[in-house]
Design a protein. Structure first.
Length: 86
């Protein structure tokens, strides 16, 4: 959805199933210095205009932002497994 710098930039994953958004994950630096995934502040019921506005707002703060959309069969399981703490 949005291509950032090849060597840096923040990462967002928009997780959907059959075109319907189920959550947005962002990679953040944890207190222990390791990266982890957490839910971003965007309603799961967001429409395409809200998603575009969200990405534009985030890109204003980080020109190197990467936004990737995954359309997968079991989005809630993917989100739970990805955000689970080790």
């Amino acid at each position: 959805m949005r291509k950032g710098d090849p060597d840096s930039g923040s990462l967002l994953i928009l997780v959907s199933s059959r075109g319907q958004l189920h959550g947005v994950l962002e990679r953040v630096l944890g207190p222990d210095g390791n990266y982890l995934w957490r839910r971003a502040n965007l309603p799961d019921s967001a429409g395409s205009t809200q998603i575009s506005d969200f990405l534009a707002k985030r890109a204003r703060f980080d020109d190197d932002l990467w936004a990737i959309e995954l359309d997968i069969a079991d989005p809630e399981r993917f989100i739970a497994e990805t955000t689970a703490s080790g």
